[in-house]
Write a protein that binds this ligand. Structure first.
Ligand code: PLP
Length: 425
């Protein structure tokens, strides 16, 4: 099964003779065994099977297998949210006393997670500009650095990560590159093909695509050689005393160690499992992902071009625009399009942006992005309203900046709505 569209529809679950065509929702917390010995083998990770849905569930695993196939990975897991996915991906290899290098152009929730919550857990962080030189990137590493983190297309800044540059630096320092690929999805970009080792998702966004369920996913490429850097990754390369002395990298190899450890330690202890019901809904979204993404991109492109030519718009960020600062990187990593999210500055400042928002009819005011229905956010009056204009500018968000997530409607209707709202701004 080689093409991405066929994988969207069919990968992850193949029913046997007479079995359900749709992925069954295994709505069960637990699983029954005939003998304690058999269950003991599961606990020892000597046999594969299910025992408790806090760790693993067959519905989730079928959907994770589809996402794994889409990204070209070796193993994958679902999590309860994108936040949980990014937390697990980093915390699976970094612990108290360690250090992480991250692009500063990332989702606000991930920024808080890395800069504040992980800091409280004793993990230090160095942010670098996504546009840094290889020398500046190199200088960010320390002997205790355990991974590098970035977003393929950042939410909401819409910067494009030079994946090869970040992968080369990570690998030169013997650590993996983790890439959050939420905005492009594997339909538009597969970071593993460019050297990323671990890929994360907020499946809440385009993968679900209908605003139905919060969720996340982690995909391991299986390419990182943990044992070659065993001194950096004791959690994977020395016995896990909380799990009968298993050495994950030995027992499960490069292909399985990362996800097995994240499941048997982090999912066991933090319990951030996706509900099987949500996994089922996620799979319905995945079945049409390859049909929806080109439409989101086409609507984003049409909207960006309209905005760029409009006198009441001061600036537009969209990697598909020829004049955009990230256009060249987008042509390399995202040749068929990036996503449907466009950000722009309304001329006339904060008040003009507020008037624009109030005049919208079709585009709904929501904190969400990447939905079938177009949604729009003015950070300065909502998510970032505690910040002054100066603080906003320092965070790279202008007081008149609007984030518009183009849905699947007809582009002409979306543009007509934005046009009439700009006339009232
Ligand atoms: C939304 C988002 C997240 C967080 O995901 P949740 O599912 O809301 O927890 C992480 N990364 C990116 C790029 C996002 O857009």
């Amino acid at each position: 099964m080689s093409s991405i569209g066929t994988k969207c529809v069919q990968a992850g679950y193949t029913p046997g003779n007479g079995e359900p065509r749709q992925i069954p929702i295994v709505q069960s917390t637990t699983f029954k065994y005939d003998t304690s010995e058999h269950m003991g083998q599961l606990f020892d990770l000597e046999a594969s099977g299910y025992f408790y849905t806090r760790l693993q569930n067959p519905t989730n695993d079928a959907v994770a297998a589809k996402i794994c196939a889409l990204e070209g990975g070796s193993a994958a897991m679902l999590t309860s949210s994108g936040q949980a996915a990014n937390f697990f991906a980093v915390f699976n290899i970094a612990e108290c006393g360690d250090h992480v290098v991250a692009s500063q152009s990332i989702y606000g929730g991930t920024f808080n997670l890395l800069a504040h919550t992980l800091h409280k857990m004793g993990i230090e962080l160095t942010f670098v500009s996504p546009d840094c030189t290889p020398e500046e990137l190199d200088a960010a590493f320390r002997p205790n650095t355990k991974c590098v983190f970035g977003e393929t297309v950042a939410n909401p800044a819409l910067t494009v990560l030079d994946i090869e540059k970040f992968a080369a630096a990570a690998h030169a320092h013997g650590v993996p590159l983790i890439v959050d690929n939420t905005f492009p999805t594997p339909v538009m970009c597969r970071p593993i093909e460019w050297g990323a080792d671990i890929v994360t998702h907020s499946t809440t966004k385009y993968m679900d695509g209908h605003g139905a369920g919060v969720g996340g996913a982690i995909v391991d490429s299986g390419n990182f050689d943990w044992m070659a850097h065993a001194e950096k990754f004791p959690g994977l390369c020395t016995p896990d005393e909380s799990y009968h002395g298993i050495v994950y990298a030995e027992k499960f190899g490069n292909a399985g160690a990362f996800i097995t450890k994240a499941t048997s330690q982090l999912m066991r202890d933090f319990g951030s499992i996706q509900s099987p019901q949500n996994a089922y809904l996620l799979n319905l979204g995945l079945e049409s992902l390859h049909v929806r993404m080109p439409r989101h991109c086409a609507n984003g492109q049409a909207m960006a071009e309209f905005l760029a030519a409009h006198p009441k718009v001061e600036a537009v960020n969209y990697p598909g625009l020829p004049g955009d600062a990230y256009h060249e990187l987008a042509e390399k990593y995202l040749p068929n399009g990036s996503c449907g999210v466009v950000s722009f500055e309304v001329a006339g400042g904060r008040e003009a942006a507020e008037r624009f928002m109030a005049a919208l009819r079709l585009c709904a005011i929501e904190t969400h992005v990447a939905d079938a229905r177009t949604c729009c956010l003015h950070p300065a009056s909502s998510t970032h309203r505690q910040m002054t204009d100066d603080e906003l500018r320092a965070a790279g968000i202008g007081p008149a900046m609007v984030r518009l997530s183009c849905g699947l409607e007809d582009a002409a209707d979306l543009i007509a709505d934005v046009e009439q709202a700009l006339a009232r701004a």
